[in-house]
Design a protein around this ligand. Structure first.
Ligand code: PLP
Length: 397
């Protein structure tokens, strides 16, 4: 019989009932150190006092009105994002994939209004993840995501990762945009080198294309800058944000410059819940903390420490780990052992990590993780790795 919860997830045998900062408490009382943060969502950990206050204060005042009326919290959050980014304007969504939908619609409308309706093709990349909506899976293009769900939305072309010549060769008079994660998340924490991001901007400028960044996972301070593309000094025309921006409350956004967004006039798009008072009150509290340069400096300091200790961990366990990659607190450990074995051994050591493609485990701690917790994380990873080595030796004996 089909379970009452549609069984689209392979869930770990863990049930968390409470969260405190970087810690998750299982129903049996065990305390897990959380290096998953709900897949880069709980940017400020669990039950952060400022976020709890923003949510409960707003909860007492007003939950929902609809976008038929002005929403002051939405206006405030849009202003904060515009002040802190390349963007001129923002539309709020409830998720990352809903942001992808708008990024695609905005692109098509832009070229429609520019008298170039034939320009509909968006270039995307192998290993990409843009969510599970029809546009999201078509953009990712992988068989894993699209198989059985055809016909997929037309207008996407998937290209090899980090291959400038392949992108240049793929541009035709039908090309509208390039869509890329500056650091691939699900794809295995793969950062695109700065000069490649610059190369994409140059191609877009040369051919009149829009550049779209998916910063759903790598944005909101995760890499040590408010947005990952700031490291390369390259601005997109459109950017998708979600995950960390709500700190655990469902919230996403599309940020855009005026050039890209000018076609999106009244009546062209909407969302019942998008930008609701609860989500935006929390979003404002998150942005106030994360956009502070002093906070981001701390993210970078702890990331440096974490990385240094991870290098030592890899040296201690060359049979389990291969290398570390990523930026800021968006770290990937490329494994030699099967990554799911490492994730499971970490569970046994009461540590949460998240698997990704390319045999990587992701370390995506709360951005406000403490130094002592970084040390704890390394200790637990060390325990997990030793368990795996012992198990392998026992098998070979
Ligand atoms: C998680 C993710 C999405 C999808 O976000 P949802 O909120 O799950 O719809 C899109 N793009 C990237 C890069 C992501 O990591």
């Amino acid at each position: 019989m089909i379970p009452s919860v549609l069984p689209t997830y392979n869930r770990a045998a863990l049930t968390f009932v409470k969260g405190e900062g970087s810690w998750l408490i299982e129903q049996d009382g065990r305390r897990f150190l959380d290096l998953g943060a709900g897949i880069a969502v709980n940017a400020l950990g669990h039950a952060h006092p400022a976020l709890v206050k923003a949510l409960t204060d707003q909860g007492q005042a007003l939950w929902h009105t609809s976008n038929l009326y002005h929403i002051p919290q939405q206006q405030a959050l849009a202003d904060k994002l515009v002040d802190n980014s390349f963007a001129d304007t923002v539309f709020f969504t409830n998720s990352g994939t809903e942001a992808c939908e708008l990024a695609v619609k905005m692109t098509r409308k832009h070229f429609h209004d520019a008298g170039q309706p034939e320009r509909v093709e968006i270039l995307t990349f192998e290993g990409a993840f843009h969510g599970r909506s029809s546009a999201g899976i078509a953009a990712a293009g992988s068989e894993k995501m699209t198989k059985g769900f055809g016909p997929t939305l037309p207008g996407f072309k998937s290209l090899p990762w980090n291959d400038h010549d392949a992108v240049a060769a793929a541009i035709t008079d039908k090309t509208a945009a390039i869509l890329i994660e500056p650091v691939q998340g699900e794809g295995g924490i793969r950062p695109l080198p700065d000069q490649c991001l610059k190369g994409l901007r140059d191609l877009c400028d040369e051919h009149g294309l829009l550049l779209i960044f998916d910063e759903v996972q790598c944005g909101m301070g995760r890499t040590g800058r408010l947005f990952a593309h700031e490291w390369a000094g390259v601005d997109p025309d459109i950017m998708m944000v979600a995950k960390g921006i709500g700190g655990g409350f469902p919230l996403g956004a599309v940020l855009a410059n005026e050039h890209a967004a000018s076609g999106m006039i009244a009546g062209t798009h909407g969302s019942t819940y998008g930008g609701n008072p609860l989500a935006c009150a929390v979003g404002c509290a998150v942005v106030d903390i994360v956009a502070d340069p002093a906070f981001l400096a701390e993210v970078n300091r702890k990331a440096g420490l974490f990385r240094q200790k991870l290098e030592a961990l890899i040296a201690d366990h060359p049979d389990v780990f291969e290398s570390v990659r990523g930026q800021g607190l968006m770290l990937g450990l490329k494994c030699k052992a099967a990554n799911m074995d490492v994730v499971n051994a970490a569970y046994a050591a009461e540590l949460i990590t998240v698997p990704a493609a390319d045999n990587v485990i992701r370390l995506l701690p709360p951005l406000n993780i403490s130094e002592e917790e970084v040390v704890q994380a390394i200790t637990r990873l060390d325990t997990a790795a030793s368990e795996i080595s012992t198990a392998v030796e026992a098998e070979n004996a």
